[in-house]
Write a protein that binds this ligand. Sequence first.
Ligand code: THU
Length: 130
Amino acid sequence: MDLCDHARAVRENAHAPYSGFKVGAAIRTASGAVFTGCNVENLAFPQGTCAEAGAIAAMVAAGERTIAEVAVVADSDDPTPPCGGCRQKLSEFAGPQVPVTMATLEGRRLTMTMAELLPGAFSPAHMGRV
Ligand code: THU
């Protein structure tokens, strides 16, 4: 199954009553496993979480840490990219060449690498932890 199809499917479960903007994310790990997440908003707005954060949490909870591919699906005219915070969260587990495919419900797609989405990323090397 195409990774965008996973993201599109989990997007249906998003809890987005405040923004009305549902997002689905899917991660394929080095092992080939797929983990998904959707945005979960909260009445106390800052407590809401992004779809990518949910997928990352599911991946780590399952004992995996190496992202091979990411897909993000939203109902926008142009493909929706991960927000700034999610780019940093993804970079914890995704190397610079990992592809991130953003897709609209109409099927428009844009694929960028992590390095393109987060140039100059703060990395473990900066803390001497390569
Ligand atoms: N959102 C995501 O889930 N991922 C992103 O990278 C962009 C934004 C969600 C957060 C919020 O629930 C809604 O989209 C509107 O910002």
